[in-house]
Ligand binder design. Structure first.
Ligand SMILES: CC(C)(COP(=O)(O)OP(=O)(O)OC[C@H]1O[C@@H](n2cnc3c(N)ncnc32)[C@H](O)[C@@H]1OP(=O)(O)O)[C@@H](O)C(=O)NCCC(=O)NCCS
Length: 161
């Protein structure tokens, strides 16, 4: 699959909203701050976390097939979240591609050397994806429902201008 990251447009938020079909799916994707139901127009504001960067994964027809965000937390640390792939494209490698591209972008944009995320303990697919990307569980920062995961990069970050 040919895919690139790009800045989401208004129509992309309508597409993304159509993937989130109920309260449980909404919570698993976006956490407690995004209520369900929501309107697509309200999504950019609802998804705003500190100073965050949002990206779509777009396919070779420029269609949005995935979405994710990152924001700097502590010094040298960037957090990724709100990872989602269109239900039509799940299980075909798009989630891995999105995460790899998003992490690369996050490290380059922030100069961070550590990436963190949170995932529901019962979200086996996402956990398996993150573990395969080198994320490990930090139990001390996890809760009964949510795992805190962390990955370190050995590469010297190339910071984007
Ligand atoms: C989690 C999610 C992004 C994964 O995207 P995806 O495109 O389905 O994932 P991929 O096809 O790239 O698969 C990546 C890895 O995920 C795991 N995985 C994918 N489908 C799986 C399944 N049905 N069962 C178990 N593991 C699975 C595997 O480890 C896989 O690696 P492999 O192909 O080398 O075995 C997607 O399922 C999704 O959008 N879920 C709803 C939103 C969500 O839960 N987001 C996570 C918030 S923390």
């Amino acid at each position: 699959m040919e895919a690139t990251l790009r800045i989401p447009q208004k129509a992309d938020y309508e597409t993304i909203a159509s993937w989130v079909v109920d309260e449980r799916a909404c919570a698993r994707w976006a956490g407690p701050l995004v209520p369900f139901p929501f309107t697509p127009e309200s999504l950019p504001e609802l998804l705003e976390v500190d100073i965050c960067s949002s990206y779509c994964l777009s396919d070779n027809n420029n269609e949005c097939v995935g979405f994710g965000q990152f924001w700097a937390t502590d010094h040298g640390v960037v957090h990724i979240g709100r990872i989602i792939i269109s239900p039509e494209f799940r299980g075909m490698g798009a989630g891995r591609l999105l995460c790899e591209r998003l992490i690369d972008k996050a490290l380059r944009s922030t100069g961070a050397h550590k990436v963190t995320l949170r995932v529901y303990r019962d979200n086996k697919v996402a956990r398996s994806l993150y573990a395969s990307l080198g994320f490990f569980v930090v139990e001390a920062k996890s809760t009964g429902d949510l795992l805190f995961m962390c990955a370190r990069t050995n590469k010297t970050p190339k910071v984007d201008a």
